[in-house]
Design a protein. Structure first.
Length: 245
């Protein structure tokens, strides 16, 4: 059983690595980060759909079945995700591209997934954590691509930012708190995983502080832009109608 898991993780790592190399060959005029973020985007989309399917359709429900044995689909998703996080953490360390918070997020993800695969249980709650964590990832990568292509300061950029913040607050923070609560009260989940899930939530709170700071700065910029276009903040005399002749 363990040999099969190791083989799946190794295959997953090689798939993400080959995908990265392929993106690099197709986009030789781009930076390595461009290729890495394409891989991250692909992983985010695939894992969001798979983990969402497991949480919402295939089951079991993570708020009531924490600590239960892993299903075949859950174990496969854990292997797929573990291979990616090993690849991405290696890339981040090699290029020194991320801060301590993101490195901690990746390290906790790897440790949690390894424990779940080794124990053969608790993939239900870890899969739920993966779902609420990865659902915002495609939007985060799309935002980066918009900035890189000079298209960020537009309506599309505003919509992406709004959706990212809304999903982060509702799923990663609110739904994440429910997951932490159910795991903390579970008699089946081992103590190490309970602390790990709590640590992941604290990392999310760290990201939330950065996001709130960004949102405040962007709102101030929007307000200053509007103020400069409308000095005094007064409505035009015609109030939107054609002036009388």
């Amino acid at each position: 059983m363990m040999a099969s898991i190791l083989l799946q993780v190794a295959c997953s790592f090689l798939v993400w690595l080959l995908l990265y190399r392929s993106f690099g060959c197709w986009n030789k005029h781009r930076t390595p980060e461009w290729s890495c973020r394409l891989v991250t985007l692909a992983h985010g989309v695939v894992v969001t759909f798979l983990s969402g399917y497991i949480v919402l359709i295939d089951g079991p429900w993570p708020l009531t079945h924490t600590g239960y044995p892993n299903t075949t689909l859950q174990a496969g998703l854990m292997c797929l995700t573990l291979g990616y996080f090993i690849f991405d953490l290696s890339w981040c360390i090699y290029f020194n591209s991320e801060g301590i918070l993101m490195l901690l997020h990746h390290a906790l993800s790897i440790c949690g997934t390894v424990i779940v695969l080794a124990l053969g249980q608790s993939a239900t709650e870890v899969n739920a954590v993966v779902f609420v964590s990865e659902i915002t990832n495609p939007l985060l990568q799309l935002r980066w691509f918009l900035r890189d292509m000079g298209c960020y300061h537009s309506l599309v950029g505003d919509v992406v930012d709004f959706l990212f913040i809304a999903l982060f607050l509702t799923l990663r923070i609110v739904a994440g708190a429910w997951i932490v609560h159910s795991v903390a009260l579970s008699s089946r989940t081992i103590l190490t995983l309970k602390w790990g899930v709590l640590a992941m939530y604290l990392v999310s709170l760290g990201f939330l502080l950065d996001i709130l700071h960004f949102a405040r700065r962007k709102m101030l910029q929007k307000y200053c832009t509007w103020k400069s276009k409308n000095p005094g903040g007064e409505l035009p005399a015609s109030n939107g109608y054609l002036p009388a002749r």
